[in-house]
Ligand binder design. Sequence first.
Ligand SMILES: [Zn+2]
Length: 293
Amino acid sequence: MGYRLPILLAVVVGFSGLLLFRKSQLSSPLQQSPHDGTFRKIADNLSRQGYVWHVPIANRKVELYVFLLQFGTDYLLIDAGPPGEEYAEFFIKGLKKEIGSGHLRLVVLTHGHIDHVGALPALKQAYPEAHVAFHTEESPYLTGEALYKDVPSDNKEYNLITHDVSAALPESRVLHLKGSSGDVADAVSPTGRAPKWLPPRDALQFYHMPGHAPGQVVYLHTPSGSLVAGDTFTNTGQPPALGLPPPRVTPNVTRARLSAKALAALQFKTAFCTHDSATGVSRPELQKWTQSL
Ligand SMILES: [Zn+2]
């Protein structure tokens, strides 16, 4: 039965600017993908799977990660990667190998840009019971009520267009995160029904970090001190260098800068962004960088 919510996803015009990626990366070893689909452990009960995505439109490749948290036999995924059959096969195969007979209970999104939600349709098929949570400020862009191209922008380079890949999530599988911060254990269903599964209380906090997207959030896994930071910052190139996401895909650069500073003030050990040519960044390193912003 189900009320279908078409998911509108963001695509970039002139993807060359999409994600930060310096010219130096074009000649980096990333062109020969080092990733084999394995989820590699980066902290206790936290692993990540990397992929080198050939960005459509532009002849560019970008490295990106999705993250998996384990709570006993229950699993929680952070973000769902880019669209395309090739990625979906790679992603789901690696996920099934990692989860085995465990259960994928929840997918939490940092935001709705296409390289974070593209494989949601494949996930929906592979794991029909999993719910998907995101911030209420991002909700209109995920349900089709609003378009990323219409987000008020403080810079002239901003140029996101959208297209519909119809992830068609039933409303019964959606959960909302509300406010400036909170516990993912408090996520609520728009239907008013109690969610079937939520992570243990005090295990996963979210913080609203707008700028790059209106409802972008980051997730702090408190037991390991790991911050999964989406696109609040990037760490790309050879050698990797910290940076803000590019204006072309960031409507509010001023707020993005403030969010990066707010991020560095959180209590964490290591922050992992989506586009990371290293293995995370320590809090002192991130603080040093944000002081220069
Ligand atoms: Zn983004």
